[in-house]
Every structure is written in structure tokens, then in C-alpha cells.
Design a protein around this ligand. Sequence first.
Ligand SMILES: O=C(O)c1cc(=O)[nH]c(=O)n1[C@@H]1O[C@H](COP(=O)(O)O)[C@@H](O)[C@H]1O
Length: 275
Amino acid sequence: MTTEDLVQQIRKKKTFLCIGLDTDLEKIPPHLLEEEDPIFEFNKAIIDATHHLCVAYKPNIAFYEAYGINGWKSLERTIEYLNKNYPEQFTIADAKRGDIGNTSARYAKAFFEDLNFDSITIAPYMGKDSVEPFLSFKNKHTILLALTSNIGAFDFQTKKIDGKELYKEVLAISKSYHGSQNLMYVVGATKAEYLTEIRKIIPESFLLVPGVGAQGGSLQEVCKYGITSDVGLLVNSSRGIIYASTAMDFANAAKEKANDLQGQMQKELESRNLL
Ligand SMILES: O=C(O)c1cc(=O)[nH]c(=O)n1[C@@H]1O[C@H](COP(=O)(O)O)[C@@H](O)[C@H]1O
């Protein structure tokens, strides 16, 4: 999917919500455990109930790898279901990969070609040759971790090197990578006040912003500091939406939560004349 297609979807649906499919057998409604593939059945129900309220889905790969071959099969069925039934959705493999060049090239093949995701999250720590193999895929997007939502972000990301915070170096240096037009960045919603500085370095790039909902980030603050004329934001919520209820009505409860966020997003877009 191109960035232009994504922007068009955001304007059409009046939402920049990304729903995180962090599907955990210990948290899904117990009645689903009787199904042959409970993870897929849960995802399918959530997707069918919420697709009109969001523009992206982000399965976090850890939640699938945790169940071995069966988990991987559930992931495969989920991305196939999305690509077949909702091809307008932007899909994010939250895999946080990145390795020496030839290994990164294999990760890229796995997620972009075999599974056919639109994008993948990547850790920038190993540098240029670990990121560029992902950037060589046309209309596929590489979402580089810049300033993450967790407390550990302060261990390294905000530390200064030659007087400049490391996350700012990640943003500035990555712009020189071959294929950098395919880059997006992760900035945690819990770090919204940093977005003013971030936008000085990457004024237009799309940001994946997790941390609204369970981690307490504010959608309004994220918009205040991070929104662009093309919106430039995908705001993710996982647990806050998908685990709204563990009863039979779980998909409907998830829809209500997504609907609430969509309404707030529409308000933010309308108040800035971005629709
Ligand atoms: O790359 C991510 O998506 C990510 C980056 C980050 O800085 N913080 C963060 O929470 N995430 C992911 O976003 C999701 C957040 O989930 P909730 O806190 O349940 O909404 C999880 O899948 C995290 O792994």
C-alpha cells in the first residue's frame, strides 16, 4: 500500500486508529478456547466488528510466536483474512527485527513477501545495513523505533551523544538511508511532548504511536504536537480495545471502544480542517 492510499483511507473513514492484535489465549473469552484455532477466531471477530473504525491492524508477533507452529498458523490466517477481505487496511507486523544485512533481507522476505504485510517494525540499533534491506521493497514500509513508550526508553534513547539525543540521531541519520522514503517511525504516546522536536527533524513522516489506552497516553496531546497536514499519525491501541470484554459480546465491546477513539479522532481532524 502506498502512503497516499493510507492518507486517503484516513480521510475517507475519519480515523487514524490502528488496532493491535496482541491476542493472548489467557485473555480471550473462554468460550473461544473450544474452537480449533481460537486466536484466529478471536482476531476474525474483532476485525469484522471494527474494520470500519480503523485504518490499520498490528499483530504483535510475540503473541503468535509464543504458541509455536500453531501461533504462526494463526498469524498466517489472520494476515490472509485481512488481505483478502479488507485489502484497504494497512497491516503492520510488529516484529521489531533488525540484524546484519543478509539476515535482515530474510526477515524482509518473510514479512513482506511470504506473509504479505504492508509494514514491519524495526529496531535501528544495528544501523544502516540492517535497515536498508527492508527499504528496498516497493510500497512496503519500515517503521523504525525512535522514541518508545516504555520507561526503558530513557536508558539509551534520550541519552546524549555528541550533545544530541540518540533518538534524534536515529531520526536524522535514517533520512540518509537508501530508500528512506519508505520509512515511518515509532513514537510512544506517553512521550507526546517530544513530538514538537521530532517534527522539526521529520516534519512529514508517518508515525506509529502506541501507548494510548492501557499505557495511559493521551490522543489529544499526540495530535497537538504530532499531527501534520496529511495527518501523519497512526495511533495504536491493543489491550484497551480487544479486551474490553471477555463475555460472549467481546467483539461488540471492542467495537464500542474503537468507536469511542474514532469519534475522538474525527473531532481532532475536523477541528484542524484536515478532512
Ligand atoms: O512498536 C510498537 O508497536 C510499540 C512500541 C512502543 O514504543 N510501545 C509499544 O507499546 N509498542 C507495542 O504497541 C502495543 C501496545 O499495546 P497496548 O499497551 O495494549 O495498547 C504492544 O504490541 C507493544 O509491543
